[in-house]
Design a protein. Structure first.
Length: 239
């Protein structure tokens, strides 16, 4: 696991107050909330899928398998499109959220990992490095880059992203930690250490922590991981 014990930003050990069921066959890549629908992307070549979940109980409403040559990554909703990153295919997919069958693609050079939307509507993308990029949601033209730092150290392995209030949250690949990032300058304000939750899932066959979903009406964030059986609700009033 990634060693972040020398982090300079303060570390918080949040607790959860409830869990939600989760598709057991999902190698979780990304989560996105759109009105009363939760969109979930699951990765791996030949097995990538998109799930549509009800936000009230997280029950599966429908799902769609994706082309076998794709390795699905982060997901976000823009208008009528579910926007999906692919890991090394160097393309971004736009999928009609009404039927999950109409798919168009755009070229996107390099790797793509996590995806969320900024309050101004820009797409925000990670690629496994310490750099986060802001993109035009239509053209995918890059508008801004941000280096994420903790003190004097660059924070690499940034993966799944989620905008929470005025901060950007990021999973750090191969760790039990989430970075809460100030998007104005890239500094990590706080680390969330979720090892106590991850350990229980690891015992049941779950792998690394990955997956963040902000639910404003609940004033809470849900976190999950690859092959996890549950999503865990973290009330924001504890921070």
């Amino acid at each position: 696991m990634c060693n972040l014990t020398f982090a300079e930003a303060p570390v918080v050990y949040p607790s959860h107050d409830t869990t939600r069921p989760f598709p057991k066959t999902c190698y979780t890549q990304g989560l996105s909330l759109d009105e009363h629908t939760i969109w979930l992307s699951c990765g791996r070549y030949r097995f990538s899928k998109i799930y549509q979940l009800r936000d009230s109980d997280w029950k599966v409403e429908t799902y769609a398998s994706l082309p076998a040559e794709w390795f699905a990554e982060g997901i976000a909703v823009h208008g009528q499109d579910v926007i999906l990153l692919t890991w090394k295919n160097e393309l971004v997919a736009r999928i009609d959220k009404l039927n999950l069958r109409s798919i168009s693609t755009q070229p996107f050079p390099g790797e793509a990992w996590g995806l969320t939307k900024a309050p101004n509507g820009d797409l925000v993308v990670s690629d496994g490095s310490a750099i986060i990029r802001w993109l035009n949601p239509e053209s995918l033209e890059e508008k801004r880059q941000l280096m994420v730092t903790d003190g004097h150290r660059n924070v690499s392995n940034l993966n799944e992203l989620e905008w929470v209030g005025d901060k950007l949250w990021a999973n750090v690949w191969q760790s039990d930690k989430i970075a809460i990032i100030d998007p104005s300058d890239g500094s990590v304000d706080t680390w969330l250490d979720l090892a106590s939750i991850s350990q229980g899932e690891h015992a049941g066959g779950g792998e690394v922590l990955n997956g963040i979903l902000y639910v404003p009406k609940e004033n809470a964030v849900y976190i999950t991981g690859k092959w996890w059986r549950h999503a865990y609700r973290l009330p924001l009033n504890q921070f």
